[in-house]
Design a protein around this ligand. Structure first.
Ligand SMILES: Cc1cc2nc3c(=O)[nH]c(=O)nc-3n(C[C@H](O)[C@H](O)[C@H](O)COP(=O)(O)O)c2cc1C
Length: 172
């Protein structure tokens, strides 16, 4: 069973509603998400409202704290979604700001050539289009996580952990 964790921050509920469409289980507000929660997941999908064209501070704070296990998320699936007030208000730059961090963790991100390319976006409250995008995204990232697990023989977490310890490279 692939473990997909959806982590989100939401003040007025829009991003939270999107999170609920992407996954009805394994859903956590960012304030309640521990570093262990991140490490235990095969896939992590992070949602944020757009704040000045980027992720909200609580999301950035969690990502900054995740430096303590830098390299240990390598090869896992990741993704992002966002809501904004305006069309052209920065949803995609917000998603990219999150994906940027996930890539630096070595995570694998699923794009979409047919639909919301970077991840689901909502302008204001999610409508039926956004709900369909979120459902599609949750399914696609879950499938990606399953494929990544199967190529690594289903033991991705333990083998990755040992690899990180063995290398003990300098820096982060
Ligand atoms: C501090 C702050 C900054 C914001 N910056 C933007 C912005 O740059 N562009 C935009 O379209 N909306 C912006 N908004 C609006 C939110 O992104 C939007 O209302 C979002 O849907 C709220 O999500 P939530 O209901 O999950 O809290 C901002 C809101 C706040 C509180």
């Amino acid at each position: 069973m692939v473990k997909v964790l959806v982590v989100y921050y939401s003040r007025s509920g829009h991003t939270g509603e999107m999170a609920g469409f992407i996954a009805r289980v394994a859903l956590k507000r960012v304030e309640a998400t521990s570093l262990e929660d991140l490490k235990a997941a095969d896939a992590v999908i992070i949602g944020s409202p757009t704040y000045y064209g980027g992720m909200a501070a609580p999301v950035k704070e969690l990502l900054d704290r995740s430096v303590v296990f830098h390299k240990e998320l390598e090869g896992r699936a990741g993704g992002a979604f966002a809501s904004s007030a305006h069309v052209g208000g920065g949803n995609e730059t917000t998603i990219l700001s999150i994906i940027n961090a996930l890539l630096i963790h070595g995570m694998v991100v699923q794009g979409d050539p047919r639909s919301d390319h970077y991840g689901p976006v909502s302008v204001g409250a999610p409508d039926g289009r956004v709900e369909a995008e979120c459902l599609r995204y949750g399914k696609r990232v879950t499938e990606l996580a399953g494929r990544l697990r199967s190529v690594s023989g289903g033991s991705v977490r333990s083998s990755r952990g040992r690899g990180v310890n063995r290398r003990r490279s300098a820096g982060r």
